[in-house]
Design a protein around this ligand. Structure first.
Ligand code: FEO
Ligand code: CA
Ligand code: CA
Ligand code: CA
Length: 503
């Protein structure tokens, strides 16, 4: 059992067993409310909640734990696109993109993110359908670029492939553009350099223009984890979720000023991007001015790869490779331990290296200096039949430092072969200290075909928000949905955000 003195946050749940049930299965005593589903009205103007909700974060209104804004990412459509645009990817010729411009517009509107207002009333969480804060930031929304590579595009139209993200210390949200190349191709877009960035949105100002911060580099961004270094500099940890890609951190030039409020956003415009070399335990600066390896790097024809810092930031993957960074097994979330400052990294898997189950790595900055250049690391927990989880993805800490991890076994391999014992994707609870350190207990199991993403606790830790993403994925035909969650019957499954209570 858990020691409630050592663990002030003690969920006291009896773990569930893997299941293939088409429901969100929770331990006894826990329940969930469906807060928002695809297509729900979110403001008086009639904007609607986007598709395939991913990252969620709760920002209290007037400090209340039961009333606030949720920022929710909308990542992709994939084969469920049929239910959004009517375009049937199961029967379409993949080499002949026949989407109409109306379908492309629907596609782009369904992605990006939503600001929604949520409230707990009479014991259940509800969406405020006519909220003055309700807002869509979509694949059609104008963004401004900041930082050294802002010159690559005068302005950026839209954000999409928004996977996970993070919050800033000044109450704005960072949202990460991950597999943007799929959307660029499906929607026949031109300037690819507008995408693959970290965006910043102010959910409390519906008229604000979202920013794309180029200083944080361009790659398949999974999430951001922000922390302060002893110097007062801002540090943002980030992963590039692709096979054999890298772990990064950004260190701001200036120092965080609590009195400056939203002006601290400037800190994300000027700083140094580092990439991790796990062999040497070193952070290497991707700084064109000081790193000779970047000046000397050439392509196959012997031509220089980079001529400026903007080139380095736009082509981060090439830059990381040129400086000898360590290729990783698909870095998903990075999160900072709330008590000891160590960095947890979910490496989801990499079949290229026979790493099928993934693991969670714990990185310790030397002297706990997040702006420093040296670190050590250990494997904190490995996925597999023994540990009971596979393919770790998003993570969240509670205030006692327990880790909550969601899994993302891909829709094509879930419940087959070596993944059969795991059942549907789930949520796992893993203490990071004490007798049960590193031991996973299953807290939740998702509907058929789904992955749960974006776990986020309210400040009182009485509610856990979760996204149920892509229920019903991996279909044979759109006439035969494999999931009917959340409405049941013969309904088509709908990605939805839920609020879990019972803690
Ligand atoms: Fe969209 Fe890396 O998961
Ligand atoms: Ca996903
Ligand atoms: Ca993810
Ligand atoms: Ca994933």
């Amino acid at each position: 059992g858990l020691d409630s003195k050592k663990h002030p946050f003690n969920p006291k749940f009896k773990e569930i067993h893997p299941t293939t049930k088409d429901d969100l299965v929770l331990p006894e005593g826990f329940t969930y409310d469906v807060v928002a589903s695809y297509g729900d009205k979110i403001n008086a103007a009639g904007d609607t909640f986007g598709f395939n909700n991913d990252f969620t974060c709760f920002l209290p209104i007037d400090g209340k734990p039961d009333h606030g804004l949720l920022w929710v990412n909308h990542e992709y459509l994939g084969e469920l696109e049929y239910y959004v645009t009517g375009y049937d990817t199961l029967t379409a010729d993949p080499d002949d993109n026949k989407r109409t411009s109306a379908q492309i517009e629907k596609y782009l509107y369904a992605l990006g993110g939503s600001v929604i207002e949520v409230k707990k009333e009479n014991g259940s969480w509800k969406l405020v359908g006519d909220s003055k804060y309700g807002r869509r930031v979509s694949g059609l929304t104008k963004h401004v670029l900041t930082g050294p590579a802002a010159s690559v595009a005068k302005e950026a139209i839209g954000t999409f492939a928004n996977c996970s993200g993070g919050v800033t210390f000044w109450n704005t949200v960072l949202s990460c553009e991950e597999n943007y190349m799929d959307v660029v191709s499906d929607c026949k877009l031109q300037d690819v350099n507008q995408y693959g960035w970290v965006i910043e949105v102010d959910p409390f100002d519906p008229k604000s223009t979202p920013k794309k911060h180029t200083a944080l580099g361009r790659f398949s961004h999974e999430n951001t984890a922000m922390v302060l270094a002893p110097s007062g500099q801002l540090v943002v940890y980030m992963g590039d979720d692709a096979k054999d890609q890298y772990v990064y951190k950004y260190v701001s030039k200036g120092k965080f000023d609590p009195k400056a409020g939203k002006n601290n956003s400037k800190l994300l415009e000027e700083g140094t991007l580092f990439v991790a070399n796990f062999g040497k335990g070193k952070w290497v600066a991707l700084d064109y001015a000081t790193n000779d390896a970047l000046k000397k790097a050439v392509n196959g024809e012997g031509k220089p790869l980079f001529a400026s810092q903007a080139d380095v930031l736009v082509n981060c993957r090439d830059a990381a490779k040129a400086v000898g960074a360590t290729p990783m097994d698909r870095p998903e979330d990075l999160e900072v331990h709330p008590i000891d400052g160590s960095i947890f990294i979910a490496l989801t898997n990499n079949d290229k290296h026979g790493n099928f189950y993934g693991q969670i790595v714990r990185l310790f900055e030397t002297d706990n200096n997040h702006a420093g250049l040296e670190f050590t690391f250990e494997i904190f927990a490995a996925g597999g039949p023994q540990s009971g989880f596979a393919a770790p993805d998003n993570m969240a800490f509670d205030s006692a430092g327990n880790l909550w991890v969601v899994t993302d076994i891909s829709s094509s391999s879930i419940n087959t072969g070596i993944f059969k014992p795991f059942g549907n994707n789930g949520v796992f609870f893993i203490p990071t200290s004490g007798n049960s350190k590193g031991i996973a207990s299953q807290f939740a199991s998702g509907p058929v075909g789904s992955e749960m993403t974006g776990p986020w606790f309210t400040p009182d830790e009485k509610t856990l928000f979760l996204s149920v993403q892509h229920p019903g994925e991996n279909l044979k035909s759109h006439d035969k949905p494999t999931s009917h969650w959340p409405k049941g019957g013969s309904s088509v499954a709908m990605p939805s955000v839920v609020a879990i209570t019972g803690f």
